[in-house]
Structure formats: structure tokens, C-alpha cells
Design a binder for this molecule. Structure first.
Ligand code: NAG
Length: 504
């Protein structure tokens, strides 16, 4: 009897480890992008009601003195004076906004300092490393011509371009005709490529951010979606999250709490429909690993991993997530950081983080796979293989988009794109998948490309080629993404399946 019970127990527990634990490999997964972590290109409507929507955190601004017909510049890119002697504008003439309120901003210069008034004169300088009240400028837009602005300095006076090398905060005349002769009137250009991530959204809405996001979390993806994914023969979901989820309910401002409960719900639904969950830390604390919206960045500065502090903080987030979900049967894997970008993120600091992050996960579970994202940028895709051999259940994540570089922009035919998948991608995948090495995951790919004039049949062929090649990845693949807006249908796996472009 006793031994029978033991045997029974053995069956049950091995079942938990081998069979009954979530998705079997390789997974056919989908990313739940734009859900618990804002990506404005996917969900632009979320930004619609932000006051002064054009001027968000990280928005890049250039100012031209109309009187001098010259651009304002941070001399030397920063750590020096502000001048007005440039006939054209590029890096040193570009200021990144940090939004204090709808109308009040800090102005960050090329080298990272903030503009303020000199302590010795009324001149503007770019010297401050941290923005305080002395670095807050009110930008007043002309209602009839909103690209004409005046800028009120913290001393209550307006900024003026007196001469080509003297820009001061001492213009006291309140009234203006907004004409070219007024030295306190500037032409403001807001550059394209505005960041629209979680920081921009939450800081843009301020106190109403929580209700906007909670409504989004509760409606964008629901249990019905998990049921559909299972019906569509998907076996796992990859869920991007931001670091502030670890300090739910009271994350540091401007982030808002509540997404942890939604992630809990995702586990419950995934378990109900037999889908594995890959928790993916897309936005790490202590800086951005790639400058993209989805890294949770304020202004695109790529500074993650340059200090041990950001690495330690990130390990703490992984520790929290692993501890919370270690016992959940749906917990398939955790991805330690998404898309670190070389050369800013060095291989050395990344390995240091991956080792510490791996150890943090293993404190709580030996079952969950630990996913290591390859670096983006000019790197050898095998650079993590040697390192990860020492880790149990490690997975290398590669992202394969026929987008973003000239290689793909320069392709003029559908067939070139398909050939690239069949040849280059297949070869690269084979160099990363080595005997006794880590598993390999194509954690992001999509049906969209630069051949947007292509026919439905072309899309079908392109997608099928990717399914064939990425289907050989030992850990599996994940499409980006489950949903997207109606301008981006090919980026939505749900749309692609519902409309007969993909069948699994
Ligand atoms: C702009 O003014 C600064 C300060 O006088 C000077 O050092 C710099 O050479 C000037 N640049 C141009 C392009 O005139």
C-alpha cells in the first residue's frame, strides 16, 4: 500500500513536471503587445485626450529666434551657454522635453544637461544634471499659430534672443504682437518620431492616467481572447510588462498600479485554456536598454546597464515576478529583458545581469525556462551561447523582422523577402541552435514588411515561409502581436487568422 502510494505520487509529480505543466515545446505563441505596457503606435487612441498632446515627455523641439532668424543651440551640446547663432538645426539645436505639467517643461540638451538661468547673470546655460524648480519653463503657444511660442523662465520673465551669442531670461514685456520683431517670440518645431510609451501616457494624463489604463487593461484583452487563441491552436502567450508592475499598487510616479491583478488574470485564463505564459520584462528600471517607447523610457536616453544600480533593480523585479508565479502551472518562462541594444548595453554588463537574473529565478523555480534576449545591433548572434551553456533550461530569444534596416527597405520584390527568410534566417537560426546549447525562440516576428502593396497571396506566402523556418526553432516562436489597430492589420495575428492569411 505504502509503495503504491509512493508510485502514485511519483506519477502525479512527474506529470506536473513533464506533461501537465504548461505548453509543450516548441510553442506556437503570440505576443500580447500593447496591453499591460503601452505602445502608442499600436493603441494611438489611448493618447487622444491628453492635453497638449503634441508635447509629451521626450518630444524633441527646436527653437528659432524670429528676430535673428537663427536657431537656439546648446553650445558644445551642453555643459556650456545657450546661443542663438545657428542657421540650421540638428543635435545641439534639439531639446528634449520633460513634462512637468501641460504647459511647463524642463528642456534637456544633447549631452543630457537641463537648461536653466545662470546663477551669475540672466543668461541661459545648459549645466544642470537634475531638473529642479530652477529648470522649469512655461511654454506659451500662440493660439492662432501654435508653432509660435514664448517661454517664461522660473524668474517670471521671458526668454529672449538678444544677440547671436546672448540668450537671456530677462524680457519683461507681458504683451506681444507675436511678430518677427519681438525677441521673445520663437518658432517652435516639434520633430516627428515622438515617443508614445507608458511614461508619456501616464505623465501626460497625470491624475486621470489610472482610469484610462485600467479601462484599457480590462477591455483590450479579455478571457475571450485567451479562448480564441486556444481555438486557433496557439499554445502560449508572451506578455510584455514594465518594471513598475513589481511595485503595484503604488508604483513611483507617473506610473500607475493595477496591472499586476490583470497579469494574475492572464495566468488564470491561460491555465483554463491550456496556454503557457511567458512573462517578458520589456521595460526595465534604472534606464532604457534601447531607447524605444516600449522600454518605458522618458526621453529615449539609453542608459540601462551602465551602473550596477540598474542591474540590481532589474534583478529585484525578476525576483518578484518569479516568486509570484513560480507555483502557477501556467508559468512557462520568464524573459529577463527585451531587446538590449548594442553597443550601449555591453556584453559584459548583460552577462552579469543574466547570471544574476537567472539565479533570482532559480531561487523560486527549477521548472520555468529563463529566456535571454540576444542583443540588437551589430553583434554576433551566437555571443551568448558559451555563457548560457552553464544555465539549465535557458533559451536564447532572437527577433526576426523583415523591417527596420536598409536590407529590407532595398528589397523591391516579394520573392526577395521570402528568399531572405528561407536562406538567411534559416542559416542564422542554425548557427544559434547548437548541440547541447540553449533552446532558441523566435520571440518576435510578423506578417508585415515593406512590400505593403503585396496581394493577400503574397502575404500568405511570406507568412508561410516564416512559419516553416521559425517552426524549426527549438523553443518555438511568437508572433507580434495578437491585436493591433486597423491601420496595422498585418501586425495582428487575430486579424490574420480571422481573415484567412494564416492558419496554424
Ligand atoms: C556661436 O556662439 C559661440 C559663443 O560666442 C561661439 O563660440 C560659436 O563659435 C558660435 N557658433 C557659430 C556657428 O557661429
Amino acid at each position: 500500500m505504502h509503495s503504491q502510494w509512493l508510485f502514485f505520487f511519483f506519477i502525479i509529480s512527474s506529470c506536473f513536471v513533464a506533461l501537465c505543466s504548461s505548453a509543450s515545446l516548441p510553442v506556437k505563441a503570440v505576443n500580447l503587445g500593447g496591453w499591460l505596457l503601452t505602445e502608442g503606435w499600436m493603441t494611438p487612441w489611448l493618447f487622444d485626450n491628453i492635453p497638449n498632446r503634441q508635447m509629451l515627455d521626450g518630444t524633441q523641439m527646436q527653437l528659432k529666434s524670429l528676430k535673428l532668424n537663427m536657431y537656439i543651440s546648446a553650445e558644445s551640446g551642453g555643459d556650456s551657454i545657450i546661443v542663438a547663432n545657428r542657421t540650421s538645426a540638428s543635435g545641439w539645436e534639439t531639446f528634449k522635453l520633460w513634462r512637468v505639467s501641460e504647459t511647463t517643461f524642463n528642456l534637456r540638451v544633447f549631452q543630457g544637461q537641463f537648461v536653466r538661468q545662470s546663477t551669475k547673470s540672466s543668461r541661459l546655460v545648459a549645466m544642470a544634471t537634475n531638473p529642479t524648480a530652477s529648470e522649469q519653463f512655461v511654454i506659451i503657444r500662440n493660439l492662432n499659430n501654435p508653432s509660435r511660442v514664448r517661454i517664461r523662465a522660473p524668474n517670471g520673465l521671458f526668454v529672449q534672443a538678444k544677440t547671436a551669442d546672448v540668450v537671456t531670461a530677462d524680457y519683461s514685456q507681458e504683451g506681444t504682437n507675436w511678430g518677427n520683431n519681438d525677441p521673445s517670440v520663437f518658432e517652435m518645431t516639434l520633430l516627428d518620431g515622438q515617443l508614445t510609451g507608458e511614461f508619456q501616457l501616464t505623465n501626460g494624463y497625470g491624475s486621470s492616467a489610472a482610469s484610462v489604463l485600467r479601462n484599457h487593461w480590462n477591455t483590450y484583452i479579455t478571457e475571450d481572447d485567451f479562448r480564441s487563441m486556444a481555438n486557433d491552436k496557439l499554445t502560449a502567450v508572451r506578455i510584455p510588462v514594465g518594471w513598475w508592475i513589481a511595485s503595484d499598487q503604488n508604483p513611483p510616479k507617473p506610473f500607475v498600479g493595477g496591472s499586476l491583478q490583470i497579469l494574475d488574470n492572464a495566468f488564470t485564463w491561460a491555465e483554463k485554456y491550456n496556454l503557457g505564459v511567458i512573462v517578458d520584462l520589456h521595460a526595465p528600471p534604472g534606464g532604457s536598454q534601447n531607447g524605444n517607447d516600449h522600454s518605458g523610457t522618458r526621453d529615449g536616453t539609453k542608459d540601462w546597464g551602465t551602473t550596477d544600480v540598474s542591474i540590481d533593480q532589474t534583478v529585484a523585479v525578476i525576483d518578484f515576478l518569479a516568486s509570484r508565479y513560480a507555483q502557477r502551472s501556467g508559468f512557462l518562462a520568464i524573459e529577463l529583458i527585451n531587446e538590449p541594444l548594442a553597443p550601449g548595453v555591453t556584453l559584459e554588463s548583460l552577462k552579469k545581469y543574466y547570471q544574476a537574473g537567472y539565479n533570482a529565478v532559480r531561487k523560486h523555480t527549477t521548472d520555468a525556462y529563463v529566456i535571454l534576449s540576444n542583443r540588437l545591433g551589430p553583434v554576433d548572434p551566437t555571443e551568448l551561447l558559451q555563457f548560457s551553456k552553464g544555465l539549465n533550461k535557458a533559451v536564447i530569444d532572437v527577433h526576426y523582422y523583415n523591417l527596420y534596416t536598409d536590407t529590407f527597405r532595398d528589397m523591391t520584390t516579394v520573392q526577395q523577402n521570402i528568399d531572405y527568410v528561407n536562406n538567411n534566417r534559416a542559416n542564422e537560426l542554425n548557427t544559434v541552435m547548437v548541440a547541447n546549447g540553449p533552446l532558441v525562440f523566435v520571440g518576435e516576428w510578423t506578417g508585415e514588411w515593406y512590400r505593403t502593396e503585396a496581394s493577400k497571396q503574397d502575404y500568405q506566402k511570406f507568412v508561410q515561409a516564416q512559419l516553416n523556418v521559425f517552426g524549426g526553432a527549438t523553443f518555438g516562436w511568437a508572433y507580434w502581436s495578437w491585436k493591433n489597430n486597423d491601420q496595422q492589420n498585418h501586425w495582428s495575428l487575430k486579424w490574420m487568422i480571422d481573415n484567412g492569411y494564416i492558419s496554424l
